[in-house]
Design a protein. Structure first.
Length: 202
């Protein structure tokens, strides 16, 4: 996962004044291809749209959130309806989820890697709808929506549906919507992310 080179300037910013931003937008700028490097969502109930990339075939990007039992646990994946957008899937790992071995040996191995006993393998929509948020087009592959069954850390291991694919995706965790000035800078970054070429210019 890496930050794509910006190619869009503030020409797109008038869009922001006219459009309500439902998700807190941002672009991941760090490597997250191991649990030790996972992006930690410091407010996991906040609705977000995190632009990120699969840079090499077989890459797995990791995210972590710390929840209390009963907190909303919502994680989903979309793709930019733009150059380089790819379908992704993920495994949700954490305490109190169905036994990881019921989801197969790969899910069980990932659960053991992060020290939990539960896992759910997400199945992306076969015919995903196109949606528009903040003036940007997204292909919505769906989400998992539930309450956290126990206190603890929950992990998401996200990868391309096609193991040979590389490209852009948008990770969409959280439920609570907030609106503020911080969203403007994040939205600018997300617009640049959508518009950047794929593969990135060297």
């Amino acid at each position: 996962m890496r930050r794509l080179a910006p190619i869009v300037s503030l020409f797109a910013m008038p869009l922001l004044a006219a459009t309500a931003i439902a998700h807190a937008p941002s672009v991941a700028e760090t490597t997250t291809d191991s649990p030790a490097e996972a992006i930690v969502l410091d407010d996991p109930t906040l609705s977000r749209a995190i632009g990120a990339t699969i840079d090499r075939p077989g890459e797995v990007d990791w995210y972590r959130m710390d929840l209390a039992a009963g907190d909303p646990l919502i994680v989903g994946t979309t793709a930019p309806d733009a150059t380089g957008g790819i379908a992704t899937t993920f495994t949700l790992l954490g305490p109190g989820l169905p036994a990881a071995d019921l989801s197969g040996p790969e899910a069980a191995a990932r659960a053991a890697e992060v020290g939990v006993d539960g896992a759910i393998v997400f199945e992306p929509a076969a015919d995903p709808p196109r949606e528009v948020h903040g003036g940007l087009g997204f292909i919505n592959y769906g989400d998992i929506r539930m309450e956290a069954p126990a206190d603890g850390s929950y992990w998401v291991a996200l990868e391309a549906v096609d193991p040979s694919a590389t490209g852009k995706y948008v990770f969409a965790p959280g439920l609570r919507e907030e609106f503020g000035l911080d969203a403007i800078g994040g939205m600018r970054d997300l617009i640049e992310f959508f518009m950047a070429p794929w593969p990135p210019a060297s």
